[in-house]
Design a protein around this ligand. Structure first.
Ligand SMILES: [Zn+2]
Length: 295
């Protein structure tokens, strides 16, 4: 830049004076003041450059749109050849990627609105690489099925002749809709079966089996029995092996958490189920600090 001022050489009062003149904050260290002035200069330079206004399509009100499946509006049909021609007129070849994206449910939805003798399509397509980003696509088609204008949110989707893969994908949807009267879109959260009861896969570095513990933090070697009955031969090993074998054998197919394998404890059956409870079950529960829910 030819006329760039080197604010670094300025004295602090001089910088403050300049900032005051421009009506911005004057407090801060010298480096901050210099940065602030440079920032203002850059802004001014950008504003003085004549940047062409970005093309924005003139589209109907959002409430005028209806889902493509709603059936109230008759969607203009376009042939596959029209789609290929549109892309070719923008020096882009039609490729199978478009069909792939459509079949892999990259399209979130398509809405349709009529207006101005044209049909407007508003679609939303997931970005190919980053699955948490989606782009809005606007396309207008005339009554003969010729694409008038198109724009897309993505970097390559500058209107009025956007021809990125998202626009192509939306147009491909319309081609499919003409053929089958329905399109496939993403699976929404209510269509997907719930998975909250599935055990989560363990995603961390492996640990020694002996260090495994259950959800309450007890080790699998934890033995709830009174002291004198613990460490009997085979019991903790049996329990640990049962758990580890269960986890190992069911792999990813059986998503049932191991706790669901066991019946809930029945405190009233203590005397029958655990032969080591010599006292009355109530005394045992009291000593073990197990409280009964009064309800
Ligand atoms: Zn795009």
């Amino acid at each position: 830049m030819a006329n760039e001022v080197n604010y670094g050489e300025w004295k602090l009062p001089q910088l403050r004076e300049e900032l005051k003149k421009r009506g911005v904050k004057v407090s801060g260290r010298k480096k901050e003041l210099v940065d602030r002035l440079c920032g203002l200069d850059n802004l001014g330079r950008l504003a003085s450059q004549n940047i062409e206004p970005e093309f924005v399509m003139d589209v109907p009100e959002p409430k005028a749109y209806q889902d493509i499946h709603a059936g109230m509006s008759t969607v203009v049909t376009i042939s596959q050849q029209r789609l290929i021609d549109y892309l070719r007129s923008n020096e882009k070849e039609y490729d199978e990627k478009v069909e792939e994206m459509y079949n892999e449910r990259y399209v979130r939805f398509i809405r349709v609105a009529d207006g101005d003798g044209k049909q407007f399509l508003r679609g939303c397509v997931w970005a190919e690489m980053r699955k948490n980003v989606s782009y809005d696509v606007d396309v207008s088609i005339d009554q003969n099925g010729v694409v008038q204008e198109a724009q897309c949110d993505c970097a390559a989707g500058q209107g009025p002749t956007a021809h990125c893969k998202h626009v192509a994908c939306i147009l491909y949807c319309v081609v499919q809709f003409g053929k089958c009267k329905k399109i496939i879109t993403e699976v929404t959260c209510t269509q997907r079966l719930q998975t909250f009861h599935h055990a989560k896969a363990y995603r961390s570095s492996p640990m020694k089996a002996a260090k495994l513990h259950d959800m309450r933090g007890h080790s699998f070697r934890y033995d709830p029995r009174p002291e004198e009955y613990r460490n009997q031969e085979g019991y903790p090993d049996h329990f640990q092996n049962a758990v580890i074998n269960y986890q190992a054998s069911c792999g990813t197919n059986n998503k049932m958490p191991v706790v669901q394998l066991y019946q809930p404890a029945n405190p009233h059956a203590l005397n029958f189920m655990h032969d080591y409870v010599m006292r009355s079950d109530e005394a045992f529960l009291r000593k073990s600090k197990v409280h009964c829910n009064p309800a």
